[in-house]
Design a binder for this molecule. Sequence first.
Ligand code: ADP
Length: 595
Amino acid sequence: MFKSIRSRFTMIYFLLIFIAMIIAGVFIIRSFEDYNLNVASERLDDIAQIMLTELAKIQDGDLIANKNVIQASIDNHADIGLREEIYVIDQSTQQIVASSAEVGGRAVSDILSDALVVEGLLGNVMEKNIQISDTVRTKDKVYPIIGDDQLRGIIYLRYDLKDIYSSLSTTRRIILQAILTSLCVTIVISYFLSKSITDPINEITAKASKLAEGDFSQMVEVRSEDEIGELSKTFNFLSAALKASISEISSEKSKLEAIIEYMEDGLVAINAEGEIIHNNPKALALFGVEAIENEDIVGDLLSVYSSGRLSEDIGTKNITYRDKILKVNFAPYLDDSLQKAGAVFVLTDITEEERLENMRREFVANVSHELKTPLTSIKSYTETILEGMVVDDPETEKTFLEVINSEADRMSRLVRDLLELTSFDSASVKLKYAPHNMNRLISNCILKVKATADQKRQAIVKRLVDEPISAEIDYDKIEQLVLNILSNAIKYSGEEGIIEIDLKSYDRMFDIVIKDNGIGIPDEDMSRIFERFYRVDKARSRMLGGTGLGLSIAKEIAEAHGGTIGIQSVYGHGTIVTINLPYTQGVANSESDAV
Ligand code: ADP
């Protein structure tokens, strides 16, 4: 009920004033009563003094005998007002001898206090307040009448306290009214007083709640220089400090978020229960999902983490997820009590890196192998000749030397092709662009391979364009390209095969299409056919003098010209190679799609 400071303040003030007023009221009333009773007592003493002086004049001290004199003296007593009553009681008969009030034959004990009468008759002066009825209260006092050293009787005086008590009750009422009035005033004052204290506190409380909800612009008005003012100032300082800290933290946070959001690597954080608590878009892209809920992913990450042994804390491991190879760097993060609260995984897609690395390894192995094969035969034939085993057989010796020569040729072809490719790889190749008539280029190429085709009785059919095409190309390179494709068509087609070469012109591009009806390429090899050293049938290719680099070089040349090269083949039926090139340089990429 009195939970609020305001109500407690009001209550405390109320009680303080109430208690103080009650104490003061009781004290005042008591003092007032005592004072009036003393005045009454002194008044009775005055009357008794006069009466005793008069009674002392009575002859022989016989009160009964002087009854009338005493009564007359009482009646004549000028001081007796309405409030006082005088009774003179004889000692021997203990009867009222004379009185100011009407006794009417009643006994002493009916009218007066026996106890006081007894005390008086014992010679004592004594007084007593007596409640005669509900409404009548009196102060009675007895005085002994002494004559010739003998107790003759007593004077019994009675003072009606009615007036005193009625003014006492009026005073009491006034004090009560004063108490009530001051309590009302106290309530009002204490209400406003406590309000002046609690209002700023309430304001601070309300603003602190808003502060807790994240509104850091909260400031309170400093209305005074007291403790409340100090509290308000401290709150404002706290609010400003919090705002500065939070804005610093949020700027750091947003910086961190931007870094995490746009970093090249994927990032996944898990808590101690192994649940994903954060991941960046790159991580989703790496796993190819919209949200990491997939148990496999979580499992993969956790396996890395636990297999990296938590005790070792930080580690790196590669995992394969579908067709990707991911390098996972992991490290734990700690909570307030420096316990591990989870782990952060940074994922880097190293698929391409690994692919290139594999290609490099494969390439080195291929080059070594390709060089080793002719070297081995050169070495064995040379050794045979040096050992003099064919000295007597010039025919065989010639054959051996021809083999050595052809193997050396192959090696030099291989080295030439490798150098060619390396120049494309290192972008050191500088193409010498100049306008050239493509009809003429194709005719020249056919001329160069005609002898080989004739050996296999193959027919080369060319279909050129009526309007000669002039294209901006590096003549030697494009010639090399066409020759590579043409010689493949010848190589991989049987006796009496037909090789067709078409030149097709479009808006800004043109096609050189070389078609044969040779052995074709199996479907499963199509995707790898442009790879370096890739050959469908290694033995056959080698036997036919191939290096396995022809198509790779052709592709490099076409692309260096801003063109493309495509291959279609039906195994056992033939192959079509389409070279698509731009007429001029600089427009190729934008136009190639349109063709
Ligand atoms: P190679 O020097 O072995 O001919 P290429 O790079 O020119 O090397 O060709 C790669 C492989 O592609 C060849 O070994 C061959 O198996 C296949 N190939 C290329 N052109 C043809 C074709 N016209 N017909 C059939 N197979 C072909």
